[in-house]
Design a protein around this ligand. Sequence first.
Ligand code: 5BU
Length: 264
Amino acid sequence: MQPDEAWGSRWHSCAHPLSHRYMEVACDKRSLVILAADVSKVDDLVELVESVGPHIAGLKTHVDMTEGFTIGEWGRVVDAAKKHGLLIFEDRKFADIGRVTETQMGGMYDIRSWADLVTSHSISGPDIVDGIAAAWDSVQRIGGVLLLAQMSSRGNLLEAGYTDSTIEMGTASPHVIGYIGNGSNPDDISSLRAKVGEGRMIWTPGVNLSAEEGVLGQRYGHPSDAIIAGSDAVIVGSGIHKSEDPAAAARAYGDATWAALMSR
Ligand code: 5BU
């Protein structure tokens, strides 16, 4: 299916090139799933990407949980993701001033050289986004920022006023591809979508096909409900990597999200 048919006004209204790339990959894979690959060994990460790659649209990493990290070894993860046509999304949740954040995009992990997307808090103000963009600029790459407008964890402090200010900040920046919303609650997603409009993506963690509650305050909702409510991508970790058959699980999440997009 052509992306404009599948995505409707979202395809026409989202300006960032990486939002179009994501929507195209999702159509190729018939899956709106971003794998939260929360494993700490490069070998396990590569094996996971190789097994679920055909059923997902993006790979979300926490590079700083990697044991014995070297940039050379990390290249194997990047190569595996590229082989499967995945967007690479480092969930770094930057929160510092712009100048420091620009430096943190380099350093030992050199996120700017391999990540297509990163997450950022909005707490420190709009210059953080410019710092991230300047880092990509310095290596002649284009990337996109997802701002945390909501979170999925119990008791988080991102209340409605904070969400509104975050959207104001994102709307003003061409580097902000979209927002993280609370995938565990369809009402939260609908209200976020009403505020965001059509011009930005909403990606949602806190999604699981069976679990109602996660470890340490994580909350979960159903992937189909999240997409119907206005999410454009579900971020799934344990539901896939803790499953006995990660490939089958990834396919089930992919099928559920694609069917939900088609009905939306
Ligand atoms: P889970 O195993 O599906 O619960 O993993 C969820 C992932 O999404 C994990 O990597 C978190 O860092 C990430 N996450 C989240 O769970 N909730 C949030 O609000 C944000 C990120 Br922002």
